[in-house]
Design a protein around this ligand. Structure first.
Ligand SMILES: *Cc1c(COP(=O)(O)O)cnc(C)c1O
Length: 413
């Protein structure tokens, strides 16, 4: 056996699947084939238990507590912050802000960093961004006259690096890019992107919502200014996401929202903010969900991540080989460095119809614009069908997906 075949063989999908109760259910009389992982991943027993245990045994509001439950909840909540920091290889847990989602994390940066921008300052985005990394910057365009510039995406789904370099001017203040595309699967060359941004004196943020799920992320090595991800795509609860900010960014930026938990002192005439990261966490956070995110990180750390990634690649290869045999099929995303996402269109079959028909066979795929209108416009399509894979998916499921797709096509074409 080759090294790859060995590690794929060693990757025990059935044992993994057994940890996810939902994967054994039936949908429309068929075993569920869940290939919508890029939209949200399913949860292992360890995460479900961690969240339920908070509610059952140690729930109270966090911080400022003088009683035992409050102290236990605070300890578990802050332990989760340490887990996020370690997961990203951030130098300190104080550089991690909990948010309710990736969307909120980007809004936080766009708002707090955006407060330092002036009319005519420039922000660089790419054509493959998720709407959550576009709209918050549009707010700055509309409200402050900030200029947005766009890195083009080539036919294979890779960023045009020459065009990227050419976009910089002395007014460029921020580059905000997806690390791994939720539509194309493209993994962008993060270190090179950082090097170029910093050479031009601009800060750089990565939307790691997909990347953090599929590959180890090391923010210290990347050298980026901001990195964000969301818990629900990382086998954790929804309602918990995180922002990492390098160096003293959190000290330098204004708070995003005001309220309890984020202050040191409030009077009729003024306010003294709490130290970072609490300065950015106004109000009661999603306590059990954040603790659940910590459990999800523990669970991911327990995976053989190299083997998991190779297994996902093997699933994608099998799916793409099957798709390649379909006449009139157009596959989006052929970049060299690519995660386990297959986006495609079939001539004569509307993506929504295909997805709905495949659901009749228990196969869950997503169809539509995937919150990436500019990318759809770039390729001149209204949407695609997207199958996105997780380590708990099996080769049998890839075959069931292809079979369901052929059945769906037979009704439409
Ligand atoms: C899902 C996703 C988001 C948004 O995440 P939320 O948790 O819904 O805020 C942002 N960027 C990418 C690339 C995504 O896939």
């Amino acid at each position: 056996m080759t090294a790859l075949a060995e590690s794929v063989a060693a990757f025990d999908v059935e044992t993994l699947r057994a940890q996810f109760p939902i994967l054994s259910r039936q949908v429309n009389g068929h075993p569920l084939v869940y290939l919508d992982n890029a939209a949200s991943a399913q949860k292992p027993e360890a995460v479900i238990d961690a969240v339920a245990n908070v509610w059952r045994t140690s729930y109270a509001n966090v911080h400022r507590g003088l009683h035992t439950l409050a102290n236990e909840a605070t300890e578990a909540f802050e332990a989760a912050r340490g887990k996020v920091a370690d997961f990203l290889n951030a130098p300190s847990a104080d550089q991690i802000v909990f948010t309710k989602s990736a969307t909120e994390a980007i809004n936080l940066v766009a708002s707090s960093f955006g407060a330092t921008l002036k009319e005519g300052d420039e922000v660089i985005l790419s054509q493959m961004e998720h709407h959550s990394n576009i709209v918050p910057w549009h707010f700055l365009r509309e409200r402050k006259g900030v200029v947005i510039k766009w890195i083009p995406v080539d036919d294979d789904g890779a960023l045009d690096m020459d065009a990227y370099q050419a976009l910089f001017t002395e007014r460029t203040k921020m580059v905000s890019l997806v690390h791994m595309s939720n539509v194309l699967g493209t993994v962008n060359p993060a270190r090179a992107l950082v090097r170029i941004a910093h050479a031009h004196g601009a800060a750089i943020l990565f939307d790691g919502t997909q990347a953090a799920v599929h590959m180890p992320v090391d923010v210290a090595d990347l050298g980026c200014d901001f990195y964000i991800f969301t818990g629900h795509k990382l086998y954790g609860p929804n309602g918990a996401g995180a922002l990492y900010a390098a160096g003293d960014w959190l000290d330098r930026l204004q708070p995003y929202q005001g309220g309890g938990e984020m202050i040191a002192e409030v009077s009729e005439d003024g306010v003294v903010y709490a130290d970072a990261p609490h300065k950015f966490e106004a109000g009661t956070p999603a306590i059990a969900d954040v603790i659940g995110l910590g459990a999800a990180i523990d669970w991911v750390n327990g995976l053989d991540r190299v083997a998991a990634l190779e297994h996902e690649r093997a699933l994608l290869d099998r799916a793409e080989a099957g798709l390649a045999e379909i006449r009139g099929l157009r596959l989006f995303g052929r970049a060299q460095d690519k995660g386990a996402i297959a986006s495609f269109l079939i001539e004569g079959a509307h993506p929504h119809d295909l997805a709905q028909l495949m659901d009749k066979y228990g196969v869950a795929v997503r169809a539509g614009h995937h919150c990436a209108h500019p990318l759809m416009k770039r390729y001149g399509v209204p949407g695609t069908v997207r199958a996105s894979f997780a380590p708990y998916n099996s080769f049998d499921e890839v075959d069931a997906f292809l079979k369901a797709l052929h059945k769906a096509m037979s009704f439409l074409i």
